[in-house]
Each structure stands twice: as C-alpha cells, then as structure tokens.
Design a protein around this ligand. Sequence first.
Ligand code: F6R
Length: 243
Amino acid sequence: MELVILDTPEAIAERAADAIEELLTAKPDAVLGTATGSSPLPLYDELTRRCEAGRISFARVTGFMLDEYVGLPEGHPERYATFMERHLRSRVDMRPGALHGPDALNPDLQAACEAYEAAMAAAGYCDLQILGIGADGHIGFNEPGGPLDSATHIDVLTEQTRRDNARFFDGDIDAVPTHCITQGLGTIMKARKLVLIATGENKAEAVRQLVEGEVSPQWPATVMQNHADALVLVDPAAASLLT
Ligand code: F6R
C-alpha cells in the first residue's frame, strides 16, 4: 500500500486523476469503479476538466458504482445512481447506460446482489476502483464486522454512517436509509488498482487503522493492506493520527 499525504483536496484530486489518465491512455475501454460521497467530488471536477481539455475520454469506459441505498425512489437526488449521473456521467463523454449500479429498486434484493456481482465478473471486474472511507473504516458500505472476502450483498448502515450522511438529507438522520447494497470487500479487492481518498479530521482514526492497524473486520478498509496495488491519498488532517 502506498500512502501519499498531499496538502489540499485539489492536489489529491490531481494525483488520483493522474492514475485514471494513465489507465485510460493505456486502456481506453477500461472498467472504472466509482465512489459516491463528498471525498471524490474534487476528483470528478478534475476528470471533467481533463475530458473537456481532450486529455482523457470516457467514451469506451464501463463504470461500476460501489453501492446504492435501499429505499430511495427513482430520481431521488441522493440516490447514488442520481448522484453519479450528476457529478460524473453527464459531465464527461461517458455513454448513457455505461455506468452501472446495484438495482436497489428490485423487490428481490438478493437477486439484485447476485446480478450485480455477475455483471462485474462478466466485465472482468474493475481496472481501477475509486474509494472513500467512512469514519468507522467502511469502504463501499462494508460496515465493521463483515467477512473480508464478501461478494456484493445487502448491508445495514451503522448509526455513525447514517449520522455522517445526514448532511446530504437536510441533517435529518431519519431520512437516511438504513440498508444498502454494496460491492463486498472481496469484490473491491478484485480491482487491479485501488485509489482511496480521505480528507478531514473525522477520517483520522480510520486512516490510522487503515495504515497502521492489524487487518481486521472491525476496520474493513484494512483489507487493502493485502492488495498488491493500493494508493492511499490523504490530507494532513486525515493523516494527523499517524505516528
Ligand atoms: C461511497 C461509499 C462510502 C464513502 C464513505 C465516505 O460510495 O461507498 O464508502 O466513500 O462513506 O464518504 P464521504 O466521502 O462523504 O466522507
């Protein structure tokens, strides 16, 4: 695992965009794993700028989202499919329909999980997976305590995650869904490269565990220590508890 501490979210975005530019230059039809939440937003801005400048193209890219809330209706602004359409897909030259997500509107959620894992397997899994990290150490929505080799599954969001994400729901924790479908840790680990972005002091303990802790289901992101090509990009606040 390579750890890089950079001064600003913009510098982190540039470093992450460099990795994606390198991938798309070598493999224009790459499979890209996308994350939602606030951490990758400067990266999506930077990718948009590079696409507009003609440096990169997503025309042949296939995307797979990490996760999706259960219980939000089609078109809800915080549904992750809507979020990704707004922040990336519609801003670059990615084909409509090329960015896939778990079908959390399917009444048979277990079937939706299996179909999503099968679709990723058929695509050969991700060449590069963008990740954020929860304050409780989750990646995707793999909350603490689950197996480190899981496939796509239904997960229950912790109180902490729902509290953290209430900011996207007008501060109302009761409006934050309780369940989600997420790529499993095993799914995420199948990506050829992982790029994790963590900024801000509330990520400091999770980053400390990720970098210095034992690999453990209690801090799910620590599984990344077992990955052959993982890049961790943090700002000084997120790095503040590292020894
Ligand atoms: C997003 C996801 C989550 C977030 C994490 C951090 O698809 O799966 O793991 O990356 O909750 O969220 P932010 O970036 O909003 O702090």
